[in-house]
Design a protein around this ligand. Structure first.
Ligand code: AOF
Ligand code: ZN
Length: 348
């Protein structure tokens, strides 16, 4: 199962919104095949693992290990459980159950009915952690949300003065690379209007390899200039705005699938994080990294819509500056939910 988790990492960022599953075929204590989920709408991990086995006659005596319950439905591909039954595997070892209602135990049931020995729950926590983006979107009907910011030793996220000096680099070059690695794993990246106007970020993956996330920008009054990097059309950008401003500017969003620039309307007078989550769910966006600014991050914290936070803490001090977001301790305690807050210091 550890090997399954290792190879499953290869599909993060490409399999989505499918979970990147890892599968390993073992015969006589030897790995004879392995595979992970192909790019979206492609083959599932089990299919790739089985196809990689040269001598299919060995499968009758083999065990297949998978991080996620084999599927039982006809989606973009036929059921993996049927394929495992067809080859009469001896045993199937599963990391965790698939919470997709189309599967949810039906894959396990099908294998058992066919007389195959099934073991469920091997490295279950690690497998659920690996599939956290998929599980969050299936179970909470919203994307997995990672908060990310850099702050100074005195708890500032940005200097007070805007303009020429921005963006100000708080953390070190290694953390910049880590941020780009994080971006390559997440499906979308979100920032608020002020961050776009002050920093003109590209929000893409540069110091790492992998796919660029879809850019989500909040722009209530359509204040972001058309020349901003987020509108360079190199990556899909979704602008979250207010219907009033959309009507005023006469912007039409059509052909949503193909368009590189999409406008979505929400009501900014109500809680906005939950509305943003609904928009992202509609676009099948499975995970989101929020990179600021303070106000945007704080909105998601206050509405309790986040899963992990990564905070880079630099060596410098701003004295006067924009304060970084604050976690609401009572929400954490009341909800008793496992929250991951990772602090990374400049000299780490
Ligand atoms: C597996 N193995 O490698 C993955 C599974 O539309 P489809 O056919 O691609 O099915 C997508 C669903 O299948 C997905 O929502 C999840 O429940 C499961 N993913 N299952 O047996 C895999 N990626
Ligand atoms: Zn499958």
């Amino acid at each position: 199962m550890k090997r399954c988790l290792q190879i499953a990492k290869n599909g993060i960022g490409t399999a989505r919104p499918n979970p990147s599953v890892g599968a390993v075929v073992v015969y006589n204590d030897t790995i004879i095949g392995e595979g992970f989920t192909s790019s979206y709408s492609g083959k599932h991990a089990e299919v790739n693992a089985i196809e990689s086995v040269k001598d299919k006659s060995l499968l009758k005596e083999a065990t297949i290990y998978v991080t996620l319950e084999p599927c039982a439905h006809f989606g973009k591909t036929p059921p993996c459980a049927d394929l495992i039954v067809k080859y009469q595997f001896k045993k199937v070892v599963i990391g965790c159950v698939d919470s997709n209602s189309l599967v949810a135990g039906k894959g396990i049931e099908r294998l058992k009915i066919a007389g195959i020995e099934v073991v469920v729950g091997v490295l279950e926590d690690e497998c659920r952690e690996h599939h956290k983006r998929f599980f969050t979107s299936q179970e909470k009907k919203r994307p997995f949300i990672m908060l990310k910011w850099a702050e100074t030793k005195d708890g500032c996220i940005a200097p007070l003065t805007k303009g020429e000096n921005r963006p100000v680099w708080i953390s070190n070059p290694y953390s910049q690379q880590l941020v780009h690695q994080l971006r390559s794993k997440e499906h979308a990246i979100l920032v608020g209007t002020n961050t776009v106007i002050a920093d003109n970020p590209k929000l893409n993956v540069r110091s790492w390899y992998g796919e660029n996330p879809i850019r989500i920008v909040l722009d209530r009054n359509l204040r972001i200039p058309k020349s901003a990097n987020v509108f360079d059309k190199s990556v899909k950008t979704i602008v979250i705005t207010e219907s009033r401003s959309l009507k005023n500017k006469n912007v039409i969003s059509n052909n949503v699938e193909k368009s590189q620039l999409i406008y979505e309307e929400i009501d900014f007078t109500k809680k906005i994080a939950s509305q943003i989550c609904e928009v992202l769910q509609k676009h099948h966006i499975q995970s989101l990294i929020i990179e600021g600014g303070t106000h945007t991050l704080q909105t998601f914290i206050d509405e309790n819509l986040w899963d992990e936070a990564m905070i880079f803490i630099g060596d410098c001090e701003f004295g006067m500056g924009v304060k970084s977001p604050i976690f609401n301790k009572t929400v954490l305690e009341e909800k008793n939910i496992k929250r991951d807050v990772l602090k990374i210091y400049s000299n780490d």
